[in-house]
Design a protein around this ligand. Structure first.
Ligand code: C5P
Length: 404
C-alpha cells in the first residue's frame, strides 16, 4: 500500500513514543521508507539505537550536527519525504508548530517542509483539553496540518480521558489516506454524519434514529479518492473511518459551529440526521418524576446546516449535497427540498418500513440534481458512497476533465 513512499517520522517526547517503534515496523512492512527524527525529549523515552535499528537507517536528532549538514542539510531532509508524520505530537511540539518556532531539528524541519504534515497528538487529558492546546490545534488544522486521534482511554499517568495516541493501525490508515493520490487530491470536503442529541436535561435527550453508517461510508469513499475530509459527527453507532479529520459534536448548534469552523471547503455533504427541534426549556438539573405530572417541553427550531451552507453569500462551497429520507413521493419531495434548501444535489431515499433501509446495510437512492432525477439500483451503502464520491470528483474536476 505504501510501496516506495518516504515518511519523515518525528518522534516527540511522550510515553507514547514506544508506539512509534511499532509504527516504524508497520510502515516498513507496508513498503515505506522511514527517516526517523528523534527530539531531545523523545530520546528520553526511546533510544536512538532502537529507532535506527527498526528504521534501518540512521536517526537524526541534532540541528547543529555538522555531519548531518554535510550529508544532508535540514532543508533537504524536510523535503526528501512524501509526508511528515509527528508521533507522538506532544502539547509542546504542537505549540511550537502553531507558533512557528524553529529552535531544534524537529521544529525546523516542520517549518521548512513543503510536504503535508500529519500529527498524532498524545498527552494528558487536561493538557489536551487546555484552551491553549485547543487554539493550537485549530491553528494547525487551519494551516492544513492533518491529525489522527487522540483516543479516549486510560493513560500512562493513571488518568482517564481523551489524550491517548491513536493506535498504530489508525496512524498507518491516516498516512495511507494522506498519501493517496486520486481525483480529489488537494480538495477539502466536509461531511456531516450521525444524529444530533438535543438535551432535555443532563441525562435525557431527543434525537433522530441514525447509525451514521451512510455518512461514514461517504467520508471513507471521499478519502479514498484523495480528498481531505472533515468529518463532523454526532453521537453515531458506527465509528468514524480512519484517515479523516474527526470533529465530534452533540447538538445541531454545535454541528453548525463545527461546519463553519471547518470551512472553506470545495464540497459539503450533509448526511447527518439533524434534530429539527431542540428543547427550549431544557432543565439544568434532572427533571424529577415526583414533581407530579409530565413535564411540558417547549421546542425551538434548530439551525438548518444544509440550508445555511447553501445560502452562504461568501465562501459557499462549489458543491453542496443534502440527503433526504422520505417515506412517500420520494422524487417530488426531494426536488422540492433541493429548491427549498438551495443545495445543488439531494440524495433521496425511501425509508418506509417496507424497504428495510433504515438501519440496514443497503440503500436505494435517487440522485436529484439541476439536471433531473437519476434512480440508482439498490446497492450496499459503501457502494452508494463510492458512486456519490465519484460523481463529486467529476463535478469538482476542472473543465475538460469532467467525466474522466
Ligand atoms: O429537512 P430534512 O431534515 O428532511 O433535510 C435533510 C437534509 O438536510 C439532510 O442533508 C440533513 O443533513 C440536512 N439538515 C441539516 N440541518 C438540519 C436539518 C437537516 O443540515 N437542521
Amino acid at each position: 500500500m505504501l510501496t516506495g513512499r518516504r515518511i519523515l517520522l518525528i518522534i516527540g517526547g511522550g510515553i507514547a513514543a514506544y508506539k512509534a517503534l511499532e509504527l516504524i515496523r508497520r510502515l516498513r512492512d507496508a513498503g515505506a521508507a522511514v527517516t526517523p527524527v528523534l527530539t531531545r525529549a523523545g530520546a528520553e523515552f526511546v533510544t536512538p539505537l532502537s529507532v535506527s535499528a527498526l528504521a534501518g537507517v540512521r536517526v537524526y536528532s541534532d540541528l547543529f550536527d555538522l555531519t548531518d549538514e554535510a550529508e544532508m542539510g535540514h532543508i533537504e531532509l524536510s523535503r526528501a519525504a512524501d509526508l511528515v508524520v509527528v508521533a507522538p505530537a506532544t502539547a509542546d511540539l504542537m505549540a511550537k508548530m502553531a507558533q512557528g518556532h524553529a529552535d531544534d531539528l524537529a521544529s525546523t524541519l516542520l517549518m521548512a517542509t513543503d510536504k503535508r504534515v500529519l500529527i498524532a497528538p498524545a498527552m494528558n487529558v487536561r493538557m489536551w483539553e487546555h484552551p491553549a492546546t485547543r487554539r493550537n490545534l485549530a491553528t494547525l488544522s487551519g494551516d492544513g496540518v492533518l491529525s489522527v486521534g487522540p483516543n479516549e482511554g486510560g493513560m500512562a499517568c493513571g488518568e482517564f480521558g481523551t489524550g491517548r495516541m491513536a493506535e498504530v493501525p489508525e496512524i498507518v490508515g491516516a498516512i495511507e489516506a494522506a498519501l493517496r493520490r486520486g481525483p480529489l487530491a488537494g480538495r477539502h470536503v466536509i461531511v456531516t454524519s450521525g444524529p444530533t442529541h438535543e438535551p432535555i436535561d443532563p441525562v435525557r435527550y431527543i434525537a433522530n434514529r441514525s447509525s451514521g453508517a451512510q455518512g461514514a461510508a461517504v467520508a471513507a469513499a471521499l478519502r479514498d479518492l484523495g480528498a481531505r475530509v472533515s468529518f463532523v459527527t454526532g453521537p453515531a453507532a458506527v465509528p468514524p473511518p480512519p484517515g479523516v479529520e474527526v470533529v465530534r459534536v452533540e447538538t445541531a448548534r454545535e454541528m453548525l459551529a463545527a461546519v463553519e469552523a471547518a470551512l472553506p471547503a470545495d464540497a459539503v455533504v450533509c448526511a447527518a440526521a439533524v434534530a429539527d427541534w431542540r428543547v427550549a426549556n431544557a432543565g439544568a438539573q434532572k427533571m424529577k418524576k415526583d414533581k407530579g405530572g409530565a413535564p411540558a417541553l417547549a421546542f425551538a427550531e434548530n439551525p438548518d446546516i444544509l440550508a445555511h451552507v447553501s445560502g452562504l453569500a461568501e465562501g459557499r462551497p462549489g458543491l453542496v449535497v443534502g440527503f433526504a429520507a422520505e417515506t412517500q413521493d420520494v422524487v417530488a419531495n426531494a426536488e422540492a427540498k433541493r429548491a427549498r434548501k438551495g443545495c445543488d444535489w439531494i440524495v433521496a431515499n425511501d425509508v418506509s418500513a417496507a424497504t428495510g433501509i433504515m438501519g440496514g446495510t443497503e440503500n436505494a437512492v435517487t440522485l436529484v440534481t439541476a439536471g433531473g432525477a437519476e434512480e440508482w439500483p439498490r446497492l450496499p451503502k459503501a457502494e452508494v458512497a463510492r458512486r456519490l464520491a465519484r460523481r463529486i470528483a467529476q463535478a469538482l474536476a476542472p473543465a475538460g476533465e469532467a467525466g474522466a
